[in-house]
Design a protein. Structure first.
Length: 261
């Protein structure tokens, strides 16, 4: 069996809520109206400074599904691929990249586990060179359009269920695995592994992590990837290769893991 590292996305790997980050590009492309784009920007501010509970996440998901009803899935996927570098490239935390590089060197599999739509999470995972991703899936009609309903909501306890199913199917030892998240809604995911880490935690997760003796770390250095690797301006996604220098956060987490071993 092998170990894995499971990374939440928003405020753990990237510095913004991924859906909100696409607000302006979606408006420019004609997917959403200007007022909706402004609401997305306001929602990002609230998310950034106050976190998100299950109720607010559910409300955001329902709004996104209503907005997407009738859109062509293939068109949206193409849009995400074409804009991913411009939207995400400046807001990836360098500490998250360092941790991923550290896990790769240790032979661990790496997964993104996010409540965001698979249309965003999967290409980003490919872009970051991870082994796979688990994300929310929307229902699609026979014409390839979104119905406005959800097929699988990858939130809260569902993340833990999906991780356990993946582990059983692929031979992952969860007791030897790691999980990283910022939100109390991901407590079940963190409890599913042997080495949970709270990253930029909201108030409730910080309290829970402190009570359980889990590491609490701060990621605060969004990096422009063009400063570290050569990226195409737009178009085909790049799989990141090569080792990235591990930062102090990586060393601290590794030391804690060795103590637990």
């Amino acid at each position: 069996m092998t170990a894995a590292a499971f990374f939440d996305l928003d405020r753990t790997v990237i510095a913004k809520a991924s859906i909100a980050a696409f607000g302006r590009p979606l408006h420019r492309a004609g997917f959403i109206t200007a007022p909706t784009a402004l609401r997305a920007a306001w929602g990002q501010l609230v998310f950034r400074f106050f976190g998100a509970d299950e109720a607010s996440m559910a409300k955001a998901r329902e709004l996104a599904l209503r907005l997407a009803a009738g859109w062509e899935r293939d068109r949206l996927r193409a849009f995400v691929r074409e804009n991913l570098i411009d939207v995400i490239e400046p807001i990836v935390y360098t500490e998250a990249l360092d941790l991923m590089a550290d896990h790769r060197r240790d032979g661990h599999r790496i997964y993104l586990v996010s409540a965001a739509p698979e249309e965003i999470v999967e290409p980003l995972g490919h872009y970051l060179g991870v082994d796979g991703s688990i994300a929310t899936r929307a229902m699609i009609d026979e014409d390839g359009r979104y119905t406005g309903a959800v097929a699988f909501s990858n939130e809260g306890p569902n993340k833990a269920v999906a991780i356990r199913e993946l582990a059983a199917a692929t031979g992952i030892d969860l007791d030897a695995s790691f999980a990283y998240s910022d939100s109390i809604t991901d407590l079940p995911m963190l409890e599913a592994v042997g080495f949970p880490v709270a990253v930029n935690p909201d108030r409730e997760l910080r309290r829970a992590a402190t009570a359980r003796g889990w590491p609490v770390v701060v990621f605060d250095r969004p990096v422009r990837l063009r400063e570290r690797v050569s990226l195409p301006p737009r178009g085909p996604l790049l799989v990141l290769g090569g080792a990235l220098a591990a930062a102090g956060t990586v060393a601290a987490v590794a030391t804690w893991a060795r103590r637990r071993s």
